[in-house]
Design a protein around this ligand. Structure first.
Ligand SMILES: [Zn+2]
Length: 94
């Protein structure tokens, strides 16, 4: 599909836009930086989810779980209204 400069040996090597492709010259993975970036993003996403106010933890009791579920529903409704209003304002002429 394309070529990528190997981060290990500096030679150009063919790759298929896959971060796990290996270098033709030294055999090491080409997308080291991309791979780390992906892992970093995945862990950031997990942290964000766990910091979310309505994130349901395994050790929450039933009442807290219920409250969080209701909170999630209201949040989704609230966000749809905000999105709709934003769309309405953008769609209105003038
Ligand atoms: Zn290489």
């Amino acid at each position: 599909m394309g070529e990528k400069k190997c981060p290990h040996c500096g030679e150009w090597s063919s790759w298929n836009l896959n971060s796990r492709d290996t270098c033709d010259h030294c055999g090491k993975t080409l997308g080291v930086k991309d791979l780390k970036y992906e892992e970093q993003r995945a862990s950031d996403k997990k942290v964000n989810e766990e910091n979310w106010i309505f994130y349901i933890k395994e050790d929450d009791n039933e009442f807290v779980k219920l409250l969080k579920k209701i909170g999630n529903v209201f949040y989704v409704i609230y966000m749809s209204i905000v999105t709709f209003l934003a769309w309405l304002v953008a769609a209105l002429p003038g």
